[in-house]
Design a protein around this ligand. Structure first.
Ligand code: PHE
Length: 464
């Protein structure tokens, strides 16, 4: 049998996994969740989830992947627990759903590169109209999906790893330049206050559920993306250090994205921070307005750069999302990689069409989901899918993966795999914490939050 391929170096794996984590979730999702969650209080809860709960789940996913060298479904079977492979199947469904809507947003962002490059800052006021031009934005989406498929079809070291090593440093450089610029604007300080000084009276159930969903989504957890990437990792690698670096990169870039955007909103609103709660449209409306105020060639350059950056970040994530179902089909159904890639990409694009239509083009997909009770508001199709996949399936998947690893596969085996390549792991404080977190904390907290989220989002029942 042909080999499955693998990452060629330690840096390659970390770049690819960090590339998966860093994406629209950081630059588009995080600021709008912070805005809607009332600012710094959301940030505090989000950070707590990332380090206390998500870190152990990430190390566990990578360990399961490396141990079995399999996709998320095959991994459970390979460990001898075929009955558990529904967790992997659920992850693959989540991956398909997430990529289906993710690609729609990536398509918008892709189109914005050309709008900005032609100094069309007025697009800010026409965003509502822009999203209804489905042949235009759908066409950009199709191109984006094709680019993703192209990278994935080149394989692990030749495609995914190469792209990540090139795109990630470029992204970091661009975003830091933007932060420096935005911090020098008048009223930047009001943005920083909103972002960093917490007002805990703003915390409620919905803030907590969204922070959890956002943490899982941003770290690419709960659906086996990191089981899949883990399956291409060398046995000599130190999983624990890699997990730390990936988490820090992801949280760090989300944090910096906030440092870039909130000062801009401070500037734009004259310090009132009005518009911070702009929701999913935030970066597509507020930012172009700002680029317009900068004006001239500089405005055009900064605006274009920003959306190029956003597309880079999105691409290293869509690649990992597509890799999950592709690895499944390649491993389990013996389909050739190239074939699997293009078929899956096609199917997922089609699954994304209702999300594409749900921003004004189709009344039905834009508002027909009124019976869906997310806090009692009307919901479009994309938000509905995001609530199902990000906020519900991912935490449930994380809960099941942790429970499985500690109690079914057994924590001794998990310890053994994590200790490979990490000589000081055994007996360390971290090992004790991991045992506690994977065995008890994560299953209990994630299980509880999953139930509360579903009750609240789908049945309108609010317990906290
Ligand atoms: N983490 C990615 C982002 O923040 C999205 C993603 C979710 C990627 C799940 C893979 C798996 O944009």
């Amino acid at each position: 049998m042909a080999t499955r391929g693998g990452f060629s170096s330690r840096l390659g794996f970390i770049a690819a996994a960090a590339g998966s984590a860093v994406g629209l979730g950081n630059i588009w999702g995080f600021p709008f969740e912070v805005g809607q969650g009332g600012g710094a209080a959301f940030v505090v809860i989000y950070l707590a989830f990332c380090f206390i709960l998500c870190f152990p789940v990430m190390a566990t996913e990578i360990a399961i992947g490396r141990k079995t060298e399999k996709n998320p479904v095959g991994a459970f079977t390979a460990l001898g627990y075929k009955k558990w492979n529904w967790v992997g199947k659920m992850g693959i469904v989540a991956g398909v759903l997430i990529l289906s809507f993710y690609n729609v947003i990536a398509g918008w962002a892709f189109g914005y590169i050309f709008e900005m490059a032609s100094s069309n800052f007025g697009i800010a006021d026409q965003f509502g109209e822009y999203t209804t031009k489905i042949f235009k934005v759908g066409g950009y989406g199709l191109l984006f999906m094709a680019t993703t498929a192209f990278v994935v079809s080149k394989g692990i070291s030749g495609g995914i790893e190469k792209a990540a090593k090139l795109l990630m440093p470029a992204l970091i450089l661009m975003i830091l330049t933007m932060v420096v610029y935005s911090l020098t604007l008048p009223n930047a300080i009001d943005g920083i206050k909103f972002y960093l000084v917490p007002d805990f009276s703003k915390i409620n159930g919905s803030v907590i559920y969204n922070a959890l969903g956002q943490a899982f989504f941003s770290l690419s957890l709960g659906m086996g993306a990191l089981i899949t990437y883990g399956s291409y990792v060398n046995k000599k690698e130190n999983i624990v250090t890699a997990t730390a670096l990936i988490t820090l990169a992801d949280v760090g870039i989300a944090f910096i994205a906030g440092l870039m955007i909130f000062p801009l909103i401070g500037f734009m609103s004259g310090g009132t921070m009005e518009g911070a709660a702009g929701g999913p449209g935030l970066i597509f409306v507020t930012l172009p307005q700002i680029f317009g105020t900068i004006g001239g060639t500089l405005g055009t350059i900064v605006g274009t750069l920003f959306f190029v950056l956003l597309c880079f970040a999105a691409l290293t994530s869509t690649v990992s999302l597509l890799e999950v179902p592709v690895a499944y089909v390649v491993d389990e159904m013996q389909v050739r990689r190239k074939r699997a890639v293009w078929i899956m990409a096609g199917i997922i694009f089609v699954v994304g069409i209702p999300s594409l239509l749900g921003f004004g083009y189709s009344e039905f997909f834009s508002t027909a989901f009124t019976t869906f009770k997310e806090g009692g508001t009307d919901t479009d199709f994309l938000s509905f899918i995001a609530s199902v996949a990000n906020d519900s399936i991912l935490p449930l998947g994380g809960c099941m993966i942790a429970f499985f690893a500690a109690h079914i596969w057994k924590k001794e085996n998990l310890d053994e795999e994590l200790a490979q390549g990490a000589p000081n792991y055994k007996g360390s404080f971290l090992q004790k914490y991991m045992n506690f977190a994977v065995g008890y904390l994560a299953p209990i907290v994630l299980g509880t939050l999953f139930v509360l989220t579903v009750l609240f989002k789908f049945f309108g029942i609010s317990i906290i």
